[in-house]
Design a protein around this ligand. Structure first.
Ligand SMILES: [Zn+2]
Length: 77
């Protein structure tokens, strides 16, 4: 499991591990998974992303809405 926003780092690490055969590397990004494949090495890595979309998919409640302070009565003229 990787943090949301760490996708680029995870992909970068995979590409670095397969430096020189990037033309054989396939990367597929899903909503909450990243699938990395190197055909030359027959190496497959799947990363699960820990993000809000995943939480929604798992049925967790959404983030509480921030209450906006609007129309607050003034002390007077
Ligand atoms: Zn490789």
């Amino acid at each position: 499991m990787i943090e949301e926003g760490a996708q680029e780092a995870a992909i970068g690490a995979f590409l670095l591990a397969h430096q020189g055969h990037t033309q054989d590397v396939e990367v597929q990004r899903g909503a909450w998974t990243i699938y990395c494949l190197c055909k030359r090495c027959d190496d497959v890595h799947t990363y699960e992303v820990d993000n809000e979309a995943r939480e929604r998919a798992l049925g967790l409640p959404p983030w509480p809405k921030l209450k906006k302070k609007m129309g607050e009565p003034r002390a007077g003229p």
